[in-house]
Write a protein that binds this ligand. Sequence first.
Ligand code: DLL
Length: 432
Amino acid sequence: MNRYYQPEIETASQEQIRAWQSERLVKQVKHVWDNVPYYRKKMEEKGVTPDDIKSVDDLHKLPFLTKDDLREAYPYGLVGAPLKDCVRIQSTSGTTGKRVVAFYTQHDIDLWEDCCARAIVAVGGTNEDVCQVSYGYGLFTGGPGLNGGSHRAGCLTLPMSSGNTDRQLQFMTDLGATIICCTPSYAAYLAESIHERGLRDKIKLKAGIFGAEAWSENMRHDIEEKLGIKAYDIYGLTEISGPGVSFECQEQTGMHINEDHFIAEIIDPETGEVLPEGSKGELVFTSITKEAFPLLRYRTRDICVLSRKPCSCGRTLVKMSKPMGRSDDMLIIKGVNVFPSQIETVLLEQGYPANYQIIVDRVNNSDTLEVQVEMTPENFSDSLSKITEMEKSLVAALKAMLGIYAKVKLVAPKTIARSEGKAVRVIDNRKI
Ligand code: DLL
């Protein structure tokens, strides 16, 4: 049984979708030109005006936006609506400490929640379902986005937020949750806890909506088997609204992009050239219906492939593969975006040298982060209690910057291997 939240959109002909895109793009470019001086300047520098954009075919004429632009324009420089019309911000980490702050009008939230509702209905969600939302609530988009989508789909919504596994399992069993939304690594952890506690017969889950970080097909099979559910992928990024930019259907072979709101392109990350359909490259999004944070040609840095092969679910929306990596150095650790430059900033601020190594691993389905850093000849100590104290204070400073725990290991000066070429700062031992 195929179910859609907005069938007239999700199964519209590709010609219709293109027509919507062209019409909305023209309007959006004008909106941005009139209301976002930062982007208008970028257009002027490229010698393009709204008159040059007549349809989707002209999209390539527009300049790109990157995380650097977000940093430069922080906090209000890319806002396209009067602040009195903005009702919400969401946020995530940026490159060197400045956070990405995205703005929403009520209209933007409505459309975002529709996108999340499409994802929930696509996995079978109805008003008979109990949907447990175990993504973080607050600045992170995961909780608020899926929460709104779950309401719209008519599910009884359990706004659990992340963490507190005992409470999660109690609500899951007592209230009979049938759908769970969380990161795949937390899903794997919950699955293990359910096994350990012998709760498998007490849970009623039938589907999970997992995203915000990379996960493999092996992990999918593992979660599906342990929980006896279907595990679906969901993708999104704060800059382009949050979860629900794309979502998986019953075919489980990639995620349908909500093309009535976001135009997707694949570019060569080196040259910026637009690549033909089916090529692997960097995903770029243009939001065509947003009022408050209308980013045009935003470079996601996620590497993937788009496909327009007909899908057995009947949706005509283009599909993106799972992201296959990134064209920058952003790490996603426990669902949190971490840039090595943020860690370096903290180390330098605390008086340590830039001789460090970041070691990421996945232990019992949970990500771990360790920072090894050399002491300087000046602060070097062989007193265990002094070292422990210094490590503690670095742990606190890193937690304040990143929002997550990083184990810190101080090592003697000159013990971290020097590199003759590019320093190897990050060792990622996760097999994803
Ligand atoms: O992670 C939004 C989200 C919340 C998506 C809940 C899905 C579920 P950010 O924190 O801004 O937003 O991180 C965005 O996370 O550019 C990708 O690199 C990565 N990412 C998101 N979804 C997936 C996924 C949210 N399904 C960044 N698979 C993106 C792999 C993902 N990577």
